[in-house]
Design a protein around this ligand. Sequence first.
Ligand SMILES: Cc1cc2nc3c(=O)[nH]c(=O)nc-3n(C[C@H](O)[C@H](O)[C@H](O)COP(=O)(O)O)c2cc1C
Length: 206
Amino acid sequence: MSADARQSVAVGVTGASGAFYATRTVAALLSRGLHVELVVSDYGRRLLRDELGEGASVERFVPFLAEKYGPGVGAGTLTLHGNRDMGATIASGSHGCVGMAIVPCSMKTLAGVAHGLSRNLVERAADVMLKERRRLVIVPRETPMSLPQLKNMVLCAEAGAMILPAMPAFYQRPTSLDDLADFMAGKILSALGFEHDLYPPWTGQV
Ligand SMILES: Cc1cc2nc3c(=O)[nH]c(=O)nc-3n(C[C@H](O)[C@H](O)[C@H](O)COP(=O)(O)O)c2cc1C
């Protein structure tokens, strides 16, 4: 299938802790046969390497995903955009991108989205999602949070974004970091409107 015939989803990766939530989410989207429009901030690139090792550098992102999550990621396609490229497809509302996740989302990028600053492609693409009334899923990670940070989440929620904090649950009895990443990625796919089997549905008891 050509990239043009696929549904396209944007993923922004910024410099907050939790890079493995990003890799799991992108792998799950690719495994569903989607086209992922990936944009990674400078600190997002650093956090990918710091938390997951040199092998997870953006330059070899898809091979890293295939090694870690299996060859199923080959069902999808991926375009990597530069964060300074305001001429990228996802910078325009005319591009038919169905939604966007910012995972993880730094407090700086959260502030930029909350105030419509569009200083870079992550922020511009998020602004496009809001103005076009498409799904925008923001996965903030910071603790504790200041009042301005909390207010920025409210502003984004009021503008139509879903705030989906990096807060995995434990009733699924996770036994590994990958279990936690699966849970968060599953929540993100659900919020974007995609089915998945990243965690079993709650049955009413543990
Ligand atoms: C190792 C490391 C961990 C960081 N973790 C966080 C974090 O969890 N949350 C956050 O908001 N910022 C965190 N930061 C700070 C951001 O990376 C910094 O504010 C950066 O300017 C964000 O830019 P970006 O949103 O364009 O990626 C971290 C920085 C480093 C170097």
